[in-house]
Structures are given as structure tokens and as C-alpha cells.
Design a protein around this ligand. Structure first.
Ligand code: FEO
Length: 393
């Protein structure tokens, strides 16, 4: 339990052993489930936590409440990483009223197999809940990233309780506040992969939420995962503006290759070297050894992509096909994409890759590079020409 500010306490907990979030996304540094307790004339617990951290979470709630009873349990988001301990809290605090959206109540009932409606006060966008000195005003945030999501804003302190928005992967270090971490840019790395893979498809909804947020005097942001912004709230908001618009965040070229016998890898490395000579930064990623979530995150950063892969079964290397199937679901804008293919007898990878990405908004007019088994003088010249074309684009 941490005393964060004024009457707001942190009662969440970190799972430092979790290796796959949602059984999908690899974690290098565990995961943190944030929950907050407001100790005002009325007490309110804002969301619960994942059942993996039940013991620590319950300890924190009890410590923050002291001898007080719990008046409200507010559920902003019904996904089980935040709501799996709702019934536990309602059992422990029989006087507590559950405060949530109509749709979240439905989801909580479905997950728990219980009817929690008799204990519930439903709220919607624009509704307020007074706790005494503090009042929470609810804001709807549909599809950020589930349909039932609410955020709440406490006007007297300027705290935005932002649900999954502005959250990040990682258990975080000892400190919870961005003002106390040594390198705040680490947040960007963890938050970009979290945002782009979990919320990335719903950019329009995020943009709508950011418009609502622009009308608020936000001084602090308390998300349901990762670090808390106790200052410099414009930093994550500006990142979200870029990510939700699908515009590239940085400069340079992302080169993703698949390679069975290292010849396509050689082409990727050769291209990166030629780009480097032109002072164009690049990042090389091997699609066979990198989880797709990291590559999707990189795609949000770089303005230019080069996909290089062997031909396989008259199409493209399966791991590249899987990646591109994920890439095409994101509505990227302002991108340029080039293709390098390898084919010993019937190269078809470039056409296949281009076809998969045909619906995304990108300039794919670079000439394809075709490798016949291994790079030769002619292929190297084609790669040099591609580097020139990228430099001039
Ligand atoms: Fe962290 Fe959408 O739950």
C-alpha cells in the first residue's frame, strides 16, 4: 500500500513472474495491476486486480481502509485482470455498493455467474459520484479497449482514473510515479507495445477519448497498469495522439526478414548497411525469433517498412505471412513499404506480401528485389538501388 496523493492510496500489486499477458503477449518484466482507494467522507475502491495478486491486493485494501468500512467499489472496466476480485471484495465488505456501467454489470454477472444488480448503482457518461471533498465524474470510453469502459475524473485534484488507457506492460520498479523513475522513456517502450497490440486497432475510439480529455484540466493520470503520471501528463497524451492517428512516431526503416538458410538475412543486412551509409537509421528484425507484438509496436514507430522473405509453397514464408496478416489489420497511414523476395525456382513472395497488404494505405511503388537462392552481383546492385530509392523517397 502506498499513499499517493492527498486521500488517494495505491492498493494494486505487481505480478513479477507472469510471462504471457492474456496468454498472448510476452512479458519481459512482469505485469502490474493498479487499483486505488480514496479515503474521503465515503471510501471508494477503484477497480480490483488480477486474481494472481489477490493476497497482496487484499492486504493493501485492508491497510488503506484501516478501521473504516468500504462504501463503494467502482469498476471502470470489467476485464478479469481488474475485476476478478470483485466478488471477493463484495463478500468482504457487505455494505459496499458496486458502481459501474450497465454493460460492465452485465459482463461481471457473466464472468461471476451471479446477479450483482441488487448491490449495484449503475452510472454513465456525465454522472457524478460524491465522496465528500472529492467527486468522481464518469466519462465513457467505448472500445478503449472494451465497449463497457468508463474513466473517471476527479476535478478538485485533476486526477484522471484512466482504466487501460495510458497503461503499460511491466511490473515497474520500486517506484510507481513517473516523476521518480530514472528514465521516463522506458515508459514509452513498454506503453507503445501495450497500446499498439491491445488498443491499436481502435484508434478512432482513442481519438474520441482524447478530445474529451482535452476539455479537462488533467494534472495526474492513474491508469490500471504501469506507472502513474503525477506530472507531465501531456507526455503520454501526445504519444497517444500519434499512435491513435497511425502516423509514424519516429524516423528510419524497419527491415523485417524471414530467412531459411541465411541468404535473405544477408540481403536485409546489406540493405541496412547501405542505408546506414546514407545516414538513414534502420532496425533489423528476424520474424522467426521475434514475437509479432514487438514488430507491430515497431510498425507504429517507423515510417518505412521493408519485408524480406523466401517463397514458400508458391506463396510467402509462413511466419512472414502470419505477421503481415496482423499488420494489415492496423490502419497505418503515411507509410512506405518495400519488398525483397527469395525464390530458387519460382519467386512469388513479393507478390504475395504485396497482395496481403493491398488494403493498407501505403506507397508500395518501390521496385521489388528478387534473390535467386543467394545474393549475387546483380542482386546487390538491386539492393543498393532500393537503398537509393528509400533515401530519395
Ligand atoms: Fe487491463 Fe482491458 O484490461
Amino acid at each position: 500500500m502506498n499513499h499517493l496523493f492527498d486521500s488517494v492510496y495505491y492498493v494494486g500489486a505487481a505480478d513479477r513472474t507472469k510471462t504471457l499477458f492474456e496468454n498472448l503477449f510476452p512479458l519481459n518484466d512482469g505485469m502490474r495491476y493498479n487499483s486505488y482507494l480514496i479515503d474521503d467522507e465515503k471510501t471508494a475502491l477503484l477497480d480490483t486486480a488480477d486474481e494472481a495478486v489477490e493476497k497482496e491486493f487484499l492486504f493493501n485494501v485492508k491497510a488503506a481502509l484501516g478501521k473504516k468500512d468500504l462504501d463503494y467499489l467502482i469498476v471502470h472496466h470489467a476485464e478479469p485482470d481488474h475485476s476478478s476480485l470483485v466478488c471477493k471484495i463484495l463478500d468482504l465488505y457487505p455494505n459496499a455498493v458496486l458502481v459501474t456501467s450497465v454493460m460492465a454489470l452485465k459482463f461481471l454477472n457473466q464472468f461471476s455467474g451471479k446477479d450483482l444488480s441488487l448491490r449495484t448503482k449503475t452510472v454513465k457518461e456525465g454522472d457524478s459520484l460524491s465522496l465528500g471533498k472529492k467527486t468522481l465524474k464518469f466519462i465513457a470510453a467505448p472500445m478503449v479497449h472494451w465497449p463497457e469502459v468508463l474513466l473517471s475524473f476527479e476535478e478538485s485534484s485533476g486526477i484522471l482514473f484512466s482504466a487501460d488507457a495510458f497503461g503499460s506492460f511491466g511490473a515497474a520498479e520500486g517506484t510507481l510515479k513517473i516523476s521518480e523513475v530514472e528514465n521516463p522513456e522506458n515508459w514509452t517502450y513498454q506503453a507503445r507495445r501495450y497500446y499498439t497490440n491491445i488498443v491499436g486497432k481502435f484508434g478512432t475510439n482513442v481519438t474520441a477519448l482524447l478530445k474529451k480529455a482535452a476539455a479537462l484540466n488533467i494534472k495526474k493520470i492513474c491508469p490500471l497498469h504501469g506507472l502513474i503520471f503525477d506530472e507531465n501528463c501531456s507526455f503520454p497524451v501526445e504519444k497517444y495522439k500519434i499512435w491513435s492517428s497511425y502516423s509514424p512516431e519516429g524516423k528510419g526503416v524497419l527491415i523485417v526478414y524471414g530467412s531459411m538458410y541465411s541468404h535473405t538475412k544477408f540481403a536485409a543486412e546489406y540493405l541496412a548497411a547501405r542505408l546506414g551509409e546514407k545516414n538513414i537509421p534502420s532496425k533489423i528484425v528476424d520474424v522467426s525469433y521475434t514475437d509479432i507484438s514487438y514488430i507491430i509496436s515497431d510498425c507504429f514507430y517507423y515510417p518505412t517498412f521493408v519485408f524480406a522473405a523466401p517463397t514458400y509453397y508458391g506463396g510467402v514464408f509462413p511466419k512472414m505471412e502470419r505477421l503481415l496478416t496482423a499488420v494489415k489489420k492496423i490502419n497505418f497511414s503515411d507509410r512506405k513499404i518495400a519488398f525483397m523476395e527469395n525464390g530458387t525456382w519460382a519467386p512469388a513472395a513479393a507478390k504475395t506480401m504485396k497482395d496481403i497488404l493491398s488494403e493498407i494505405s501505403a506507397d508500395t511503388s518501390f521496385p521489388n528485389v528478387t534473390i535467386r537462392s543467394a545474393c549475387n552481383e546483380e542482386t546487390l546492385k538491386a539492393i543498393e538501388s532500393l537503398a537509393d530509392a528509400i533515401a530519395n523517397s
